[in-house]
Design a protein around this ligand. Sequence first.
Ligand code: SAH
Ligand code: SF4
Ligand code: F3S
Length: 446
Amino acid sequence: MTENKYLYVETFGCQMNVNDSEKIATLLKDEGYLPTDDPERADLVILNTCSVRAKAEQKVYGHLGRFKGARSRKKGFLLGVGGCVAQQEGERLLQKVPWLDLVFGTHNLHLLPEIVRAAERGERRAEVGFIDNETRLDLFPETGGEGGVTRFVTVMQGCDNFCSYCIVPYVRGREISRRSSDIIDEVRKSVAEGVKEVTLLGQNVNSYGLKTEGELSFAGLIRRIAEVDGLERIRFTTSHPKDISPELIACFAEVPKLCGHIHLPAQSGSDAVLARMNRGYTRAGYLEKVEALRAARPGIQFTGDMIVGFPGETEEDFQATISLMEEVRYADLFSFIYSPRPETAAAGIRDTVSRKEKQSRLDRLQTLQQQMKRERNISFVGTRQLVLVEGVSKRGDQLYGRIDGNRIANFAADQSLIGTMAEVIITQDYQNSLLGEIVTDKGDAR
Ligand code: SAH
Ligand code: SF4
Ligand code: F3S
């Protein structure tokens, strides 16, 4: 009998990478590698990387350094890099990092078993070619996953938007929608395994189907998924403001299973900056969609992303971002200092904002957001909320789940409630979660 070999995957970046990491683990199980969460024990370490900002990319080099001497400690040890930095750097990574054994791009997961076998023979390979759409349709990642009440289901991959600051279109390739029949099958299968909530996943989910003749629209897809018996909730991420259609807004009014939360990144509140970012909407257009969504689903929660210090951003532009935040009052906001990325259009624009000024804008924005988040959390105290109970909290003595608006709520209750919808009255707010008590009488939850 051969001895077991172990695989350790470290994931950086977004949910697409988390999904890909699960796929990597599944593929390599068939090659005899069992998953481990201990890098010291691993025979094969794979870093699944992100290159959305320079910092994310630099992190990878730090982690690669950690494994420099690993082969001398463990015979046959292999080190690989996948994901968006791999896609961006390809062969160059093998040249820069002599102790690296294999590199595979975002379109090459299916080649991984072959690449690993080559590495076991001592052959160093980098496979980063983009593959054609027909093949991709058959290779779409099923999340698989074991157990669990909630699951991500990939509906599209890639991005054609080319926001001028963003590397994603270059490292994930052209946008492609998965067949709706495959998506619905995966949702049905997941529900049969006990899943109660699906999050439809993609870089730009609301452009789903637009470029595929005869395919459902994103709104159509949501309505079909809502028909799956036994499924309680539908969420999606990420959506682009320019592709929020009236049909999608109508779903928030008419599809009760669709949760009242939307991640809708504005990136900036200034029209001049939005135009240079190539976002395809104006501040007024964004706010109109926010209002229409609020009308369709009163109480809907907004989260988003903002970039400060985009080349040429003036203090006045920045103030427009602050005032947009005040109008939307995001429940949560991810904010970043602009980071020039290779190949992108904005990388060629002269950077006029000093480092110090960028940092000051980020600090001011984040201080305001903390305050607004706190107010939002407090506003939940005293309300009744329906929570899909996901499991036992980290502390071990409570259960946790999400309210419709996506905040985590913890509460003491019997474990038999896991996987059910429970009614909870919120008693206290924390920075990143809410505390509640289970309601036993039958009132109306909001
Ligand atoms: N597809 C998603 C998210 C893409 S990356 C979307 O379109 O919303 C996640 C976030 O990273 C972006 O929303 C943006 O705010 C930020 N980001 C992307 N490129 C960046 C860059 N070059 N510098 C700083 N932040 C960036
Ligand atoms: Fe990047 Fe824009 Fe595509 Fe989002 S929509 S992934 S920010 S190019
Ligand atoms: Fe990063 Fe690639 Fe996702 S660049 S954000 S891991 S698509």
